[in-house]
Design a protein around this ligand. Structure first.
Ligand code: NAD
Length: 493
């Protein structure tokens, strides 16, 4: 039985920019349709901001910075409490706009909102602790030394389509608590939830210009990164674009924090607890329809684990219910766009062409109530070799590739040879094996009997190799990214 929650609105009209605390109707001629992927219906139009509007957004952030950086921390924290409270108040509406625009299930969208709010909470905590600097008396005779953390100015934040409200919150609260201001450029594919957040920014009473939002794509990003008043950029998205952004930022002498694409391996040892492992694998490969940078992509059963895990994994995958994510009984929504669906299907075709064995084929999946939806069913390949395209490249869809390994060493070698380094998990009952895996695997986020190795807000969102460019990571680590250090050495006669 369907349990369909109401859409917040059937159509969101022409989306606005958010500049200097005001909603601004863009004067651009370039408007992109925004879709509900379950229905293939246009639910909004997003403008590509013109140069003058982008200039205005930076100017308003720069002007706001002069005052905001002088607001005492005890007051800045009150603004963040207000932001948290407004996010709590509107989290259900926001979750429903996420489902409507992105396609994920309502349970997943509610989870995104929880994580978004936790980042505001972590930034509040950090405001009174990590951001406060250090002091030591008597570093030499009669000399004291103080480390002061200072804000830098206006930061650009660029975010991907897959977590429309959570990923902006990996950065914005930390930038604000440390006294910076922000221009956000969200994904043009899922802009509706961010536009809905204007209400949150307004009602939280954030001073005008502290957070600004412009829509656009490459041109907007180029203009923003090269702007003299942008001091740095935090980016989350694919590796090719991330590399471009990182290069652009360094060319202009800006600091950059770039979290990029992924290809995550989940290793199952023969001694794994199968009852716990299978649901964790299902959540990892097919949650968010595989559109998560921490999603499982390659499933590596070691030795006899193959005989224990593949059958129940396949059974559970084939039972997942597809549909519109606002139906609370649905397990998996559509993928985000028609283009994404075509790309995922072409990867499945490629897997077949390269000789992998298709155990579960999601290409023809359909949902009778939503015949035009961009659905791809859970897909499972067996007999995949690490050199195959489907084993190496990021598919970003609900596709699991089973690659058998004889030993733990073989599995670790496979992971370390892959160019990405976002996450890897192991399922085992042995502490010794888990410890060895943790120490030898060269990725940023490790799961031990965990399918989606997602760090909480008060830990850094790690990542290595082609999954990350820079030094400091998102979430709590970004306190360092958003501050510069000044050291004061003092002597009084
Ligand atoms: P994307 O790289 O296409 O877009 C990301 C952002 O960059 C968007 O705001 C987009 O408008 C902008 N952009 C696109 N092309 C650009 C260009 N040529 N120049 C400048 N800006 C450009 O990524 P996506 O498809 O929105 O998101 C999916 C990707 O994000 C996946 O690769 C996924 O692994 C990755 N991701 C990584 C993390 C992480 O923390 N490592 C988290 C979530 C998603």
């Amino acid at each position: 039985m369907a349990r369909l929650l109401p859409e917040v609105r059937p159509h969101y009209g022409k989306l606005e920019l958010f500049i200097g605390g005001r909603r601004v109707e863009s004067e651009t001629d370039t408007w992109l349709p925004v879709y509900n992927p379950a229905k293939d219906e246009v639910i909004a139009e997003v403008p590509f901001a013109i140069r003058e509007e982008i200039e205005e957004a930076v100017a308003s952030a720069r002007e706001a910075y002069e005052k905001w950086s002088e607001v005492p921390i005890t007051e800045r924290i009150q603004y963040l409490f207000a932001l948290k409270n407004k996010l709590e108040e509107y989290k259900e509406e926001l979750a429903r706009t996420i489902v409507q625009n992105h396609g994920k299930t309502i349970a997943e969208a509610r989870g995104d909102m929880r994580r978004a709010i936790e980042n505001v909470e972590a930034a509040i905590a950090a405001g009174y602790t990590l951001a406060k600097g250090e002091h030591m008396d008597q570093v030499a005779e009669g000399i004291d030394e103080t480390l002061v953390r200072e804000p830098l100015g206006v930061f650009l934040v660029i975010t991907p389509f897959n977590f429309p409200t959570m990923i902006p919150m990996w950065f914005i609260p930390y930038a604000l608590i440390t006294g910076n201001t922000v221009v956000l450029k969200p994904s043009e594919i899922t802009p509706v939830p961010v536009n809905w957040m204007y209400k949150v920014f307004e009602e939280a009473g954030l001073p005008p210009g502290v957070v600004n939002v412009v829509h656009g794509a490459r041109e907007a990003v180029e203009q923003l990164i090269s702007h003299k008043d942008i001091v740095g950029v935090a980016f989350v998205g694919s590796t090719p674009v991330g590399r471009l952004v990182y290069e652009m930022a360094s060319r202009h002498g800006k600091r950059a924090l770039v979290q990029a694409g992924a290809k995550n391996f989940l290793v199952v040892m023969p001694d794994a607890n199968i009852e716990g492992t299978v649901p964790a694998l299902i959540g990892s490969f097919f949650g968010n329809a595989g559109q998560r940078c921490l999603a499982g992509a390659n499933l590596v059963p070691v030795g006899e684990a193959y005989d224990r895990v593949v059958k129940p994994f396949l059974e559970a995958a084939s039972k997942l219910k597809l549909g519109y994510g606002l139906d609370e009984t649905v397990d998996m929504g559509p993928v985000v766009s028609r283009r994404a669906r075509e790309r995922i299907i072409s990867y499945i075709d490629k897997g077949v062409e390269e000789g992998a064995k298709l155990l579960l084929d999601g290409r023809k999946a359909s949902v009778p109530e939503y015949p035009r939806g961009y659905f791809v069913g859970p897909t499972v390949f067996d007999e995949v070799h690490p050199d195959m395209t489907i084993a190496r490249e990021e598919i970003f869809g609900p596709v699991a590739s089973i690659i058998r390994a004889e030993t733990l060493d073989d599995a670790i070698e496979m992971i370390n040879e892959n160019p990405y380094g976002n996450a890897a998990s192991i399922f085992t009952s042995s502490g010794r094996v888990a410890r060895e895996f943790r120490r030898r695997v060269n990725v940023g986020n490790i799961g031990i009997n965990i399918g989606v190795a997602a760090p909480m807000a008060f830990f850094p969102f790690a990542g290595r190799k082609d999954s990350f460019f820079g030094v400091l990571h998102g979430q709590i680590d970004s306190i360092d990214f958003f501050t510069d250090k000044k050291v004061v050495i003092t002597r009084w006669w």
